[in-house]
Design a protein around this ligand. Structure first.
Ligand SMILES: C[S@@+](CC[C@H](N)C(=O)[O-])C[C@H]1O[C@@H](n2cnc3c(N)ncnc32)[C@H](O)[C@@H]1O
Length: 210
């Protein structure tokens, strides 16, 4: 998928290679239940109240959330997109109802205005964030919305360390500004508390495409 894609629109190779390596063990991680599920719950709840029918989960990983969106909400169509072949292999085994796509948040193989909602959990920190938000804007119809949910680096020491790692967690304020710059109106931001509580604070942001 990458042969003709400009570098800036690819996911970072080191990140993709890391997820390829851990894909087989990813679902077994206690992390799934303890830390990630609250953000999945938040996304499902936002999609339910927004009534979205054409939904993309980007950075879908092994497809736990996209499969749940299909099972719980039965939208017209649900896509799961990820650059990692390893993660997508697990996802394809999980569901045939979700349409799995190999691509990056910076370049999703769907037409302009193809979607009512784009969601992403625990993946935004790996994206080229301004490029990804421009891509979400392109993919959404006016009035469509994004839900971005993630745990954040808990303490400043971790934040310092993550500057060395290929992940960038924006603050709420920074994410709000980036969304506005990309043409979105932030509707709300709220904390999402995983069982780890204050050790790993998370938040969800919902923004509407103008
Ligand atoms: C921590 S996993 C999260 C998976 C899933 N969303 C979840 O909640 O369990 C991060 C995922 O982001 C994907 N990813 C990394 N860089 C990406 C990019 N630029 N575009 C889209 N997905 C990316 C990885 O391949 C991986 O599957």
């Amino acid at each position: 998928m990458t042969a003709n894609v400009p570098i800036a629109k690819r996911a970072r190779p080191a990140v993709v290679a890391a997820f390829d390596r851990i894909a087989r063990f990813y679902d077994a991680a206690i992390l799934q239940r303890v830390a990630y599920r609250p953000n999945h719950d938040a996304v499902v709840s936002e999609l339910r109240s927004g009534g979205a029918q054409r939904v993309l989960d980007v950075g879908c990983g092994t497809g736990i959330l996209a499969t749940r969106i299909w099972r719980d909400l039965r939208p017209e169509v649900i896509y799961g997109c990820d650059p990692s072949s390893g993660m997508l292999r697990q996802a394809r085994q999980r569901s045939r109802d979700v349409r799995w796509l190999q691509g990056s948040a910076e370049q999703v193989p769907l037409d302009d205005g193809a979607l009512d909602a784009v969601v992403t959990t625990e993946a935004f920190q790996f994206f080229d964030q301004p490029a990804a938000l421009n891509e979400f804007f392109r993919l959404l119809e006016p009035g469509g919305f994004v839900v971005i949910a993630m745990l954040t680096a808990p303490v400043s020491a971790v934040s310092v360390l993550t500057r060395l790692a290929p992940a960038r967690w924006p603050t709420r304020e920074r994410l709000r500004r980036m969304l506005e710059d990309a043409g979105f109106e932030v509707h709300h931001q709220h904390p999402v508390r995983p069982l780890l509580g204050p050790l790993s604070p998370g938040f969800a942001t919902v923004a509407v495409r103008r």
